[in-house]
Design a protein around this ligand. Structure first.
Ligand code: EPZ
Length: 422
């Protein structure tokens, strides 16, 4: 197992290129199973979660070919297995998209599902409700099983705004008979990207990016398409916050500034300079920031996946900040790790109160999940002395060449193998 060893207090300067959106890729790759044709997907991030999905697609019978590090060609014209009970699925929350795709094309799917994750339960009741409304019989235990003779269009209201349920129902509905209308849907940029991909394949989807999506079922999809993923909103936000935290002057390239508005607005409130260009954002920071209050909400609100990273930054802001988590039940477990570095944080339910301290101090901390791991790295960049971040397998799941990108900006960060961690 690897760990990061980071010496703090180096300012960041230069340019960084943002990779393709991981959370769009984990949906678009399974959605390729809808077609008998061949799909070439460009701007795929080279991260562990994507390797898992590509392995599952191969195991199911699709022909997967990596044309280069960020481009993959998938041909699902051969025999495809509708049962996926592979060990590898235990590592992947997003395995539920395979259910939507197999159900949509073959009318049946059986996919083993991981349990809860490091920030609590991850229910799939809304996915189930959607598939059932479309005429499927669904059971969910350790295995997510769905079967339908004819998947038919339906009106579905999501009781909670869910990214996963929105995408999964949309994927299943592409080839269903008639019109599916999903109300109270999530509006994240990657939802629009998945809808654009499905439309490029020949689907008929309208309304993605608003709170009602209409999917008019089509009979068949195209034989061959090439699609390029949007840039990763959260990776871009992470580099924005890293630059703000360490101080310096960083141009973050290949981004869609519109997707980053909530993050830019909060950084400006902390008195960080944010310059927006057509496809890049520059952050200019002295490393000194001011307190803010923020609430993590579904898009266009401040992204929950940026919440731990923002909290890391606020640990040294002048004054006391309040951060409320409005999406997940319990997403503050990581604060114990920040406390090891000297942060003053108290948590009460879904709210954290962060009293800014002069400086953090290097310590050994754990990455408790993907975004908490990125938060530890941001904290380490600001800290006095040396910080060791353990369990970086979580960071590797979602950030492409994280330490190399940070090092190129001037961070003192090394990947070291840790023989004592299993
Ligand atoms: C996606 O998870 C992302 N993952 C998460 O990012 C992100 O935190 C989350 O959306 C919210 O933005 C991927 O895209 C792979 P949800 P998802 O369904 O789709 C409740 C990362 O770090 N809910 O939008 O699983 C749920 O409990 C990951 O990249 C139900 O009640 O999240 C939560 O409170 C971590 N029933 C809320 O909805 C359901 O059936 C939002 O969850 C589904 C969800």
């Amino acid at each position: 197992m690897d760990k990061f060893v980071i010496n703090g207090k180096n300012k960041l300067y230069g340019e960084v290129d943002i990779s393709g959106a991981k959370n769009a890729a984990v949906a678009i790759l399974p959605a390729v199973l809808l077609t008998r044709g061949e799909c070439t997907i460009e701007n795929i991030p080279d991260v562990q979660d994507i390797n898992y999905i590509l392995d599952v697609l191969s195991l199911l019978g699709a022909k997967v070919e990596r044309l280069n590090r960020n481009t993959v060609r998938i041909d699902a014209s051969g025999k495809i297995n509708t049962v996926a009970d592979y060990e590898i699925l235990n590592h992947m929350r997003a395995s539920y998209y395979i259910v939507g795709a197999l159900l949509g094309r073959f009318g049946k799917a059986e996919v083993s599902m991981p349990g809860g994750c490091n920030f609590g339960e991850r229910p799939v009741d809304l996915h189930k409700k959607g598939f059932e409304a479309m005429g499927a019989k669904v059971s969910v235990s350790g295995v997510f099983k769905a079967e339908a003779e004819h998947l038919r269009g339906a009106n579905i209201y999501l009781d909670t705004v869910s990214v996963g349920a929105t995408i999964n129902i949309m994927i299943a509905a592409v080839l269903a008979d008639g019109m599916t209308v999903i109300e109270n849907v999530a509006r994240e940029p990657h939802i629009v990207d998945v809808a654009n991909f499905l439309n490029a394949m020949g689907g008929d989807i309208k309304g993605a990016g608003t709170d009602v999506i209409r999917i008019n079922g089509v009979k068949e999809l195209k034989d061959s398409i090439t699609y390029t993923l949007i840039p990763d909103q959260i990776e871009a936000g992470t580099f924005m916050v890293a630059a703000a935290a360490a101080g310096g002057n960083v141009l973050i390239k290949n981004v869609i500034p519109k997707h980053l508005e909530a993050i830019s607005a909060k950084l400006e409130e902390m008195h960080i300079e944010v310059q927006e260009f057509s496809d890049s954002i520059r952050i200019i920071s002295s490393g000194i920031t001011d307190k803010i209050n923020l609430k993590a909400l579904p898009y266009p609100g401040f992204p929950t996946d940026m919440q731990p990273i923002a909290v890391a930054l606020l640990t040294t802001a002048r004054g006391t900040s309040m951060v409320t988590e409005g999406v997940w039940e319990s997403r503050f477990q990581y604060v114990d790790e920040l406390r090891r570095m000297g942060a003053h944080i108290t948590v009460n339910g879904r709210m954290a109160v962060i009293e800014g301290v002069e400086s953090l101090t290097g310590a050994t901390v754990n990455a408790t999940d993907l975004r908490a791991g990125a938060a530890m790295v941001v904290a380490a960049l600001m800290a006095d002395g040396c910080t060791t971040v353990r369990s970086i397998k979580y960071i590797d799941r979602g950030y492409e060449h994280f330490e190399e990108k940070l090092r190129a900006l001037g961070a003192d960060i090394q990947r070291v193998s840790d023989p004592y961690e299993c």
